[in-house]
Design a protein around this ligand. Structure first.
Ligand code: GUN
Length: 297
């Protein structure tokens, strides 16, 4: 079998188009422009690229984009004061503090100082609890984008066996909660899982969020299963230079799977699209307006 390639780039463009239409309607009918603020501490090159791309796409869908850059050595008090200022700003509906933060800053403290209603990353402890109990919440962007692609490909996910490889707070755990919410039978596997290949072989849906390049191999995959590859790793090419690869070994997995997301062009573009969707959702909720359909969990 050769897997269907799930085109995350095209899907993300569609989601951004839907967000843009809603934003235009919000402006026209209610005079409201959703606003997203990103706080970037330090000079990490990968974070800078990511933040620039977020800012560009925020403006493209018609939202207000604000970027606050703070020095690597910023004090926790000054960062908390910045978050508080954004919490109090009625033109800002979404706040994202780019992670990782420098070591002297307590990430949990900073994230939990964000107004949960503006927490478009879905990392605040209140949103984590709401998601875990099946209540309306802000949902982390990468798992939300993965869920959207799965729903689009499968229709109903009810009763399917899902194996999430990775137990991070940002991807693995919320992904498992979302799949459970869609009535999958969910296993969370991780670095200590015994006989990981045989666990993965039970899965109709495999979410690879391992954090190591090309780890999930084709002979771990049940024929016809769907592979969602959350990894983004830069590796050296034998002929020199580098390339991006996922946490799944694309060639061998694509030969067995029914469907697979490529890297790049799979989950990655969906993450930013879902950040915009979450900002729109937060804006609608805070104004007591009907939230867009199909853009939330
Ligand atoms: N760093 C890398 N990805 C993310 C993300 O989705 N949110 C935040 N806040 N930081 C990140």
């Amino acid at each position: 079998m050769t897997a269907t390639v799930i085109d995350g780039k095209a899907f993300a463009a569609k989601v951004r188009g839907q967000v843009g239409e809603h934003v235009a309607k919000l402006k026209e009918e209610h005079g409201i422009t959703p606003g997203l603020a990103v706080v970037l501490v330090g000079e990490d090159p990968a974070s800078q690229v990511y933040v620039k791309s977020k800012g560009k796409m925020t403006v493209e869908v018609g939202m207000k984009s604000v970027e606050h850059r703070m020095d690597e050595t910023v004090s926790e008090a000054d960062l908390l004061a910045m978050v508080q200022k954004l919490n109090d700003d009625p033109t800002i509906h979404g706040i994202l503090v780019q992670l990782p933060l420098p070591g002297h800053l307590n990430s949990d403290l900073v994230i939990n100082s964000i107004d949960p209603a503006k927490d478009v990353d879905g990392f605040h402890i209140s949103n984590v609890g709401l998601l875990g109990t099946g209540q309306k919440s802000m949902v982390p962007c990468t798992p939300l984008g993965s869920l959207m692609m799965l729903r689009d490909h499968h229709g109903s996910l009810s009763g399917l066996n899902a194996v999430v490889i990775g137990r991070s707070n940002i991807v693995g755990k919320p992904m498992a909660q979302l799949l459970l919410g869609d009535s999958c039978t969910v296993t969370i596997a991780h670095s200590r899982t015994k006989d990981l290949p045989s666990v993965v072989r039970q899965a109709d849906i495999v979410v690879a969020a391992v954090g190591r390049p090309q780890t999930v191999l084709g002979d771990w995959i049940k024929p016809g299963a769907t592979v969602i590859d959350v990894g983004i790793n830069r590796i050296d090419k034998p002929e020199g230079g580098t390339r991006l690869v996922g946490d799944a070994d694309y060639e061998s997995c694509a030969a067995v799977a029914g469907a697979i997301t490529p890297v790049p062009g799979g989950v990655g573009p969906m993450t930013i699209a879902c950040l915009l969707a979450n900002t729109l959702t937060a804006c609608c909720r805070s104004n007591g307006l009907t939230e867009p359909e199909g853009l939330t969990a």
